[in-house]
Write a protein that binds this ligand. Sequence first.
Ligand code: SF4
Ligand code: SF4
Length: 337
Amino acid sequence: QWGEEFARGLGRAVGSVAEGRGDAADRALDLPLGAPGEPAALPADWLRALRPVAMGPLLDTLSITTVGLHTPQHMRRRAEALNLSGFKVADDPEGRPGQSLALAEDSVLGTVVLAGEAARASGLLVANAVRPFAHTGFAGAVFQLGCGLMDRDTKLRLHRGVRPSVDTPLCAGCGSCLGACIFDAIKIRGGRAAIDHELCVGCGSCMTACHLAGISPRREGGVAAFQRGVAEAAEAAAGHFGGIGSGKLIFVNFLLPIGRGDQGGFTRARFRPANMGALVGTDPVALDQAAWDLLVADAPQGLRQWSGFPTDPENLLDAAAARGLGEREYHLEKIAG
Ligand code: SF4
Ligand code: SF4
């Protein structure tokens, strides 16, 4: 449960990981802000309580990134609605890129651009609510580093191959996916959902919203290419901050009680995991592996029972580990009850 005790514990955890890893000047806390009803949206009281945890000796900037390719204006309205004055929007509202990053020679992405506020910080505390995500099983620390922190154009290019299609025998025409698509790319025709691929950007929100698994990624191999792209971009982002283990990057994975109906329109997750709290560390691969293990601890059918998606994070974590972003082996130390 969230409360002052949890906030103090989180502060201690971040402090112990950050100890001896440079000063706080220009180090920012980056939080993805989902729209109301999205699983990525941390509850408002968590966000407010994070402010005193984050600001001070450890960090000096609070910034937010967009989620699901939402426009920065949309996220700014969300921040205003939550009364989070002092937060900066990492994705520049005018669409100005932050900083182009150097990619490894074997990369296929071409270019990636770090979002504005993220590029300006000398170090980042990358916080993230672990949530089901169609293209990677779940979105955790690796995903936030390789996609969440990028500017909108990079996110659009990453998602190009995963624009979905409707599986008409499964679709019941209920319309839940229409509300999830802020790009107005879905209409109901003949009692079934139909996607306009001129408008669709491949964000995956409709797949999360459909509890009948009626929408899935369209192109063969698109998911594998997406995961490879995220790993490439994560490697480039880590390099911008001196690499994993430089002390400039610290990750927090929040494990929230996401479940059917808990977050308004979000319906995909099948059950509530019992292990709640936050994982803190400098290795995003280990952190995601630990989150995965905790999530499936009470799920006899594995992660897919939690997410409802056929994709699991294994390929992404292996690709990230192969690019030097961390290890899937980890040691878990409990420092707050
Ligand atoms: S949410 Fe699923 S079942 Fe409902 S209209 Fe959309 S694709 Fe069809
Ligand atoms: S149709 Fe689905 S994947 Fe495409 S933009 Fe809308 S919500 Fe995102």
